[in-house]
Structure formats: C-alpha cells, structure tokens
Design a binder for this molecule. Structure first.
Ligand code: NAD
Ligand code: DAU
Length: 341
C-alpha cells in the first residue's frame, strides 16, 4: 500500500511513520509536511535512507502539489496528521489554524475525491469541549469546541463527514486524547515541564492545576489508528485514549518524581483563557475492534519524562532557538506576576 502521511515530521506523525514502516514492511510512505516550527526532519533521522520513505516539503493547502504528489506516488491512503496543534499558539495567532486545519483538510478531501483515495483524519477530544463530571464523550456527542484550535479541528471533522455523506468518499476519523511520548515539541505541557525540571527552571501550571486530562502514550494512539485503518468501518469516528484521567497537578508530580526534582519548582500562573476544565472519552467503540492500550496514563507520563532526560540532544537545540521568543511571550509576564504575589 502507498500512504501519504501529512504532518509526518511532527510528534505523533513521526511516531506513526516509524511504527507503520516497522509493522507493514511492504508499504511505501510519502511524508507530506510543510516543516513548520513543529515539524522536524530529525524526528525520522534514522529512516531517511530507507527507499520506502520519501519527503515532500509542502503545504497541505496547496492543491496542485497535493494532487501531483498523490498521482506521482500512486497514493492509496491519505492519513492527515498535519495541523497547527497548540492551543496557546491558537490564542496568540489563530488565523493560521483556519488556513491549515480547515482549508488544508478541505484541499486533501478535494484531491481524495478527484482521485478516489481513502482519507483517514486525525482529530482530537478537544472537539467535544469541556466535559462535565461523570460524563465520558462518545463519538456521536455534539461537538462544542471552545478554543480557536478546537474550533478549527471540529470544522475539519465536519467537512470530512460531509464528504462521506455527500460524495460517498471513504473516510474514517480518530479523536485522540492528550498524547505524550518521544519527539513532542516542548511547547506542550509534559515536554515543557520535563525539560524545565531538567534545567531547574520553574514549571508554569495554569490556574489551580486541577484540570483533568487523559495522558495517553503516543504508541497507543498509533496502534489505535492502525486498528481503525485495518478494521474500522468506513464513515465512522473512533475515540482513542485510555479512558482514565488525572489532574495536571498529578501529572506534574509524576514528572518531578520521575526526574528526582523538588515540587518547589511548581508555580501557579495566570490561567489560559477559556481553559477546558476536563476532557474524558469513552473508548469502547475502538476496544470493540480488538484494540487495548498498553500504557496507563501514569506510566505514559513517567516514560515520557524519562525520554526527555535521555534525549537532551534532541530538545536542547529547539529550546535555544526561536522557541525562546515564544516562551518569553507566553510565560515572562505570568512568571513575573507570580513572583510578586
Ligand atoms: P505537531 O505540532 O507535533 O506536528 C504537526 C505537523 O504538521 C508538523 O510536522 C508540521 O510541520 C506539520 N504541518 C503543520 N502545518 C502544515 C501544513 N499547512 N502543511 C503540511 N504540514 C503541516 O502535532 P502533533 O501533536 O503530532 O499532532 C498531530 C495531529 O494529531 C494533529 O492533527 C493534532 O490535531 C492531532 N492530535 C494531537 C494530540 C496531541 O496530544 N498532541 C492529541 C489528539 C490529536
Ligand atoms: O486533548 C488533545 C489535545 O492535547 C490535542 O488536540 C492538542 O493538539 C494538544 O496540544 C493537547 O492540548 P492541551 O491544551 O490539552 O495540551 P497542553 O500540553 O498544551 O496542556 C495540557 C494541560 O496542561 C492543559 O490543561 C493546559 C495545562 N498547561 C499547559 C501548558 C503548556 C499548563 O498548566 N501550563 C502550561 O505551560
């Protein structure tokens, strides 16, 4: 099979490309990636000499290049990981989220329709919005996104479903919980807190830190997507997570304990605007296809923290580059305000 994997140089995409080539050795993969700040060739460093893997550096919103890539490589399946993915970035500069997440996905759907290609779309639990205590989102729940990022992902989901209903395009969608693991850009909480702790810098916890997340290992997300690609029903949506949540403060405690650092590094800073208090998904539909997660969330967070301790060579160049400007913009005032309290 010939796969076009968009966003394959990002966090989950690179883990998925590595997983897929290992478990499906007869397949060929084109990684189609714009290489934004979050996309890094080195995330697939050891694989670039492999004749089964190619890179096309381009934008998913560029219809001509998407079409040409699919035609030249005889694409059977598009797996769309490409997106702007960080909620805080979507609050600072939201328009690019519409360009990539909505228009980009729409372009992929148009090419898939024209050339008759199956499309699998990677979505998120954030499309369900804040989840009240005791409820767990199921795939048919109404979408109620609350950040520019989540709204752009919900719009993309609805376009994907509309193409199935209107044109009969063979599509599937997976909605993932908060992923952790190797190669996650350090703007996200677990790699940010791990690398700050390793550097002895404060950990900026938003608000009271009692928000609930399902921290799932990226390996389990990859096997969940594989399960849907191989056994999922066309036109259907599947949640992918562990179904178990913890508070951010619990997550921070696991990071600090794993790295042998003191809890005095924690700083409660001004909250993220519109911060969703809780995400929680029911994953029975995916389990019914025979999938089971390998990691519980505590193991997943601890293992991720250890990876950052053991791979300083991966994240130190990132943290010393343009990331510093973002970090100052996002945290300098928050941390200074906190020190004055
Ligand atoms: P990431 O930010 O690490 O990587 C995104 C990748 O997309 C990068 O390689 C980037 O260069 C590429 N990209 C961005 N804009 C592009 C464009 N216009 N054209 C082509 N490539 C472009 O993201 P991630 O955390 O790996 O997330 C991957 C997907 O999974 C996203 O769709 C995200 O919404 C979804 N998701 C993420 C999580 C999570 O916890 N990280 C959870 C559920 C779902
Ligand atoms: O739930 C799936 C989503 O998980 C994905 O769709 C997104 O692409 C991904 O970025 C992630 O979104 P979150 O906003 O939940 O993840 P983030 O790592 O940014 O934050 C996790 C939690 O930690 C959240 O409650 C906010 C909090 N947080 C985050 C940062 C960056 C802090 O308290 N301080 C921080 O500095």
């Amino acid at each position: 099979m010939n796969l076009l994997i968009t966003g394959g140089c990002g966090f989950i995409g690179s883990n998925f490309v590595r997983y897929w080539l290992e478990h499906h050795p007869g397949d060929h993969v084109v990684v189609y990636d714009k290489l934004t700040y979050a996309g890094r060739r080195e995330n697939l460093q050891e694989l670039w000499g492999d004749p089964r893997l190619r890179l096309v550096q381009a934008d998913i919103a560029d219809l001509e290049t998407v079409r040409r890539s699919c035609q030249e490589h005889g694409t059977d399946l598009i797996v769309n990981f490409a997106a702007e993915t960080h909620v805080d970035q979507s609050i600072l500069g939201p328009l690019v989220f519409t360009d990539t997440n909505v228009r980009g996905t729409h372009v992929l759907l148009e090419v898939a329709r024209e050339l008759g290609i199956r499309l699998h779309h990677i979505s998120t639990d954030e499309v369900y919005g804040h989840i009240p205590d005791r409820h767990q989102s199921i795939e048919t729940d109404p979408l109620a996104p609350r950040s520019p990022y989540a709204a752009s992902k919900a719009a993309a989901d609805q376009l994907v479903q509309a193409y199935h209903i209107t044109y009969g395009l063979p599509v599937t969608i997976t909605r993932g919980a908060n992923n952790v693991g190797p190669y996650q850009y350090p703007e996200k909480a677990v790699p940010l807190f791990s690398t700050n702790a390793i550097l002895g810098e404060p950990l900026p916890v938003y608000g009271d830190g009692r928000q609930m997340r399902d921290y799932a290992h990226v390996f389990d997300h990859c096997t969940g997507i594989e399960t849907v690609l191989l056994r999922g029903e066309i036109g259907e949506v599947y949640n992918v997570g562990t179904g178990r949540e913890m508070t951010n403060l619990e997550m921070v405690g696991i990071v600090l304990d794993t790295l042998g650092k003191g809890h005095d590094l924690v700083r409660h800073v001004t909250d993220r605007p519109g911060h969703d208090r809780r995400y929680s998904m029911n994953v029975h539909k995916l389990r019914a296809l025979g999938w089971e997660p390998r990691y519980d969330p505590r193991q997943a967070v601890a293992e991720a923290a250890r990876w950052y301790a053991e791979h300083r060579g991966w994240w130190e160049p990132i943290r010393s580059g343009e990331f510093r400007e973002y970090y100052a913009r996002q945290y300098a005032e928050r941390l200074a305000d906190q020190e004055q309290r």
